[in-house]
Ligand binder design. Structure first.
Ligand code: AMP
Length: 463
């Protein structure tokens, strides 16, 4: 039976609250599969790429197993190939474990071990580490391993590629034999298969690799769009071509954006009754009715969130428009899989702002192709980007760069631009008041724009 709500997992209240606050509305496919298995104590082999929600798929059941701070020495060890990934996993534990007292530490090289050692000495429950730094500190006698009862290898394929196998073997030799093992890998080449035999005991294999072939069959294009208003203008322009845009699904990341887009189109251009909206807050019957009307052709345009769209079984749509870039990267493949197919006339169009290009790049890696960019048609009015929206986007670009390179100090820096600093203060307070573009950025709507053209292209180039 498919689990469609986090509440159905046997997670405690602390974890469910953190999940809700993280903005996760529904478990992703890898989470649906992995969480019950890991909680039941099985060894799991998960084939899943970044962007599928794989981190939470093992962090949540792990936090449930560890439950609360206990003793002084770690009970779980998560190994990952790079310090960026170690930091990301550690951040996920901070976020999802925020209502527990579980203590965790990120161990990686590139800086002195003093602070890491101090954190270990204060008592620790979960260690996230690169194999190299773990071994260094273990050899220094700083990591007691006797209590370890869960071990996770994340991005195992990359660890193999980076030559970590001998280090991992050394770790396996010293930690207790009786333990639960989880192995996650984006791909499953022979060397990972060999490692999985060595490492896992009667594992259950789960897989959510997106079918890249779907992507091959759809004609995909990308428009680089400066801001939200221009996205709307472009959308209106495209939809005004009633001969080509016969049956269209517009995908958006959040319910709020869905409502806004829907209301705008309904008011401005689409004939009454020809447009519908589906998202998680719409009742089941309303959703089914909308779907029926869309399938029969009575409705031309459907605005949908990814969550609501999972059950959609209409495939022969003429166009899929990604009003924003999905951050669950698998959703991109699901979204565009709604078009084309049999007669190959389908098109998948994606609107991307500078703040979303980071996610688009990750998607392009998964589908193993670069989606061709097209210039915005001349008829479309490209509005100036409002200051708040611009600042929010630039901030987001900075945080993405930091994610990739923790030493990155940020190009978007008050000191370099006194004007921006003053305005940022203003933008910050207005965002706090209204919860608007700056804040909404993460939940779905586009965000950046640039105070000047030069700045936008600059940010782009740097990336
Ligand atoms: P990962 O594949 O673990 O790198 O996760 C990709 C992104 O998806 C991260 O930013 C997560 O915070 C986010 N995420 C994970 N699970 C969910 C979920 N169930 N719903 C929405 N976002 C999620």
């Amino acid at each position: 039976m498919e689990i469609t709500a986090f509440e159905e997992f046997k997670l405690n209240r602390q974890l469910l609250s953190a999940v809700a606050e993280a903005g996760y509305e529904q478990p992703t496919p890898i989470q649906q599969k992995a969480i019950p298995l890991v909680m039941a104590g099985h060894d799991v082999l998960g084939i899943a790429q970044t962007g599928t929600g794989k981190t939470a798929a093992y962090v949540l059941p792990l936090l449930m197993k560890i439950k609360y701070a206990q003793g002084n020495t770690a009970r779980a060890l998560i190994l990952a190939p790079t310090r960026e990934l170690v930091m990301q996993i550690d951040a996920a534990i901070t976020e999802l474990g925020k209502y527990t007292d579980i203590r965790h530490v990120a161990l990686y090289g590139g800086l002195g071990p003093k602070t890491q050692i101090e954190t270990l000495q204060k008592g620790i429950d979960i260690i996230v580490a690169t194999p190299g730094r773990f071994n260094d500190l273990y050899l220094k006698g700083e990591i007691p391993v006797k209590q370890l009862n869960t071990m996770v290898l994340d991005e195992a394929d990359k660890m193999m590629d980076m030559g970590f196998m001998p280090q991992i073997r050394r770790i396996l030799e010293v930690i207790p034999v009786k333990r639960q093992n989880l192995l996650f890998s984006a791909t499953f080449p022979e060397k990972v298969e060999r490692l999985s035999h060595e490492f896992l005991e009667f594992p259950t294999r789960i897989e959510v690799t997106p079918q890249a072939s779907t992507a091959d069959m759809v004609n995909q294009i990308v428009y680089e769009v400066p801001n939200l208003k221009t996205k709307i203008n472009l959308l209106v322009h495209l939809l005004s071509d009633t001969e080509r845009f016969l049956r269209v699904i517009i995908f958006v990341r959040s319910k709020e954006t869905a409502e806004n887009v829907f209301k705008y189109l309904e008011r401005k251009i689409i004939e009454e009754g020809k447009i519908r909206i589906i998202h998680a807050n719409k009742g089941q019957n309303t959703r089914i009715n909308s779907m029926e009307a869309f399938r029969e052709g009575a409705v031309r345009v459907l605005v949908a969130t990814d969550v609501a769209a999972r059950g959609i079984d209409v495939e022969e749509v003429s166009h899929v428009i990604n009003f924003d870039v999905p951050i669950i990267y698998e959703d991109y493949v699901h979204r565009i899989g709604r078009t084309g197919r049999a007669n190959r006339t389908g098109e998948a169009i994606t609107f991307v702002t500078i703040a979303e290009e980071y996610h688009l790049k990750k998607i392009e890696k998964i589908i193993r192709m670069t989606v061709p960019r097209q210039p915005i048609p001349d008829e479309v009015i490209q509005t100036e980007t409002p200051f708040d929206e611009s600042q929010a986007m630039l901030r987001e670009v900075d945080s993405q760069k930091k994610k990739e390179d923790p030493t990155f100090k940020g190009a978007f820096h008050e000191k370099k631009n006194p004007l921006a600093a003053a305005a940022k203060a203003r933008a910050g307070s207005s965002a706090a008041r209204t919860g608007s573009p700056a804040k909404r950025g993460t939940s779905g709507s586009p965000r950046k724009s640039a105070p000047s053209k030069a700045k936008t292209s600059n940010a782009r180039r740097k990336r």
